[in-house]
Design a protein around this ligand. Sequence first.
Ligand code: SF4
Length: 377
Amino acid sequence: MFGLYIHIPFCLKKCAYCDFNSITPQAGEVDRYLSALEKEIKGIPGLAGRDLATLYIGGGTPTLLSGEQFARLFACLRATFVFTGGMEITVEANPGTIDRAKAEELRHLGVNRISLGVQSLQDRFLARLGRIHSAADALTAMEILRNTGFDNLGADLIYGLPGQTVQDWQGDLAQLLEFRPEHLSLYALSIEAGTPFAQKEQDGRLSLPTEEEGIEMFRRAGAMTWESGYEHYEISNYALPGHDSCHNTRYWMMEEYYGAGAGAHSFLRRQLPVRFHNDPAPSDYTRKVERGESPVVERELLSRETFLSEAMMLGLRRRGGVKMEEFQKAYDVDPRKHFAGGLARAFREKWIEEVDGALRLTPEGVLFSNEVFVDLF
Ligand code: SF4
């Protein structure tokens, strides 16, 4: 069994903070890309005919595809892989591209989970972010999805927005919690090089909340979600019981996944574990696949040391942490001893703790997780 990720690198318009692999497509580009994607999917060496554990269609804006384009993609996927009963099938959606017909088509195709990019529930912040939708659009999209029968909805929100106060953030989150999506991804805004936000910041035209305010927003998110019955099961992810993202959990558990499409990443546990990824430029990716060439541009065989460090890092991202006995059984290594040096600072600073046979980040450690992870390599 493996998880399959499909990348749709197209958006109607680029958001001001976004450095994801997405472009605004030219006429005919989406159909040409989908043909290449189908060709890549059918030709994945050694995976055709195997059982899928999870399917995740992300972007970009996958819901920019029409109903027919989705149907074509799913026909190819169902002809190539075995869809196991009850498997999680997620599609990322932008509220500006969801209507009743699209939601019904997705249900009809077997999609059972939608991850909706809400980002804020205040129009002035959405406008600053350059999003194509309003807060009302996001609420309407959630209503439509619920009324179409989606009982597993995820919503993304961003905090630390320019001009945002702690009260603004609390208001956004409170409004979203009223809707009770099964899953929440709450991200701190990060300013990425090459984006309009990075340029504004450089010019001193971006007034961001202070670091203390950012930390307070994170803490309030923890308290509010906890009071509403959500589990903070990964650094940025919160879920009602039984609704952790199965697909993303595969990443954190070092389980196999294949990524198809421009820039998509794969991890396969062959004789030596291997990570590789495709050409990120949609046009180059498409041309390569059309010519029968491999779209893979980089491949890394993981040494045992790197593999163990990654397993430790990804395990620590999860609230349950790294269960030491399981780690020892799986990799024949005592993590406490193996990472004694790498974890020394984290223990000293009380960023990590040992609880019931597991190593896990403390609430303070979650704030400094990048520091903890750097020391593991
Ligand atoms: S919708 Fe998402 S992927 Fe597309 S430009 Fe905006 S942030 Fe980037």
